[in-house]
Design a protein around this ligand. Structure first.
Ligand code: 4NP
Length: 151
């Protein structure tokens, strides 16, 4: 089993989309995908209704996901931790205990050549189009990740 964790700030907009998208591209008998937020604002809540609607329009149901906060134990429970932006990176790395923990943390767009963006913009204060753009960025990044992991 390879275990992959998607992390953003709130765990209601970006990382639930990344979670649902990557999960849909990988065989469930070989990969576990989950998501968490560095913040504690929305613990126990479902994803933002705009993330749910954007995913639904693409044929993906993420409405059953439940927000949780990133915990130091996630370094033990996951092999790869993808963060959405530099601020998430710093918040997660702050909790790392050693170099091995730090090595698990990667910016999700780092190797996504089709995007000049290196960070997934936070759509929380944005509109439906911002959510659509985030979805497309994540779909492209997850496609590449899935191909790489499935090799
Ligand atoms: P996310 O977006 O990190 O993509 O889930 C956010 C959601 C909520 C907040 C910030 C970002 N917030 O401050 O409540």
């Amino acid at each position: 089993m390879t275990r992959i964790l998607m992390v953003c700030l709130g765990n209601i907009c970006r990382s639930p989309l990344a979670h649902g998208i990557l999960e849909s591209k990988l065989p469930a008998d070989k990969f576990i995908v989950d998501s968490a937020g560095t913040g504690d604002y929305h613990i126990g809540k479902a994803p933002d209704h705009r993330s749910i609607a954007t995913a639904k329009a693409k044929g993906l149901d993420i409405s059953n996901q439940k927000c949780r906060q990133f915990d130091v134990s996630d370094f033990d429970n996951f092999d790869i931790i993808y963060v959405m932006d530099q601020s998430n990176y710093e918040d997660v790395v702050k909790l790392a205990r050693d170099k091995e923990d730090i090595a698990k943390v990667k910016l999700i767009l780092q190797n996504s050549q089709s995007s000049t963006l290196k960070e997934v913009p936070d759509p929380y204060w944005g509109n439906a189009q911002d959510f659509e753009e985030v979805y497309n960025l994540l779909d492209d990044a997850c496609e590449k990740i899935a191909i790489h992991l499935n090799r």
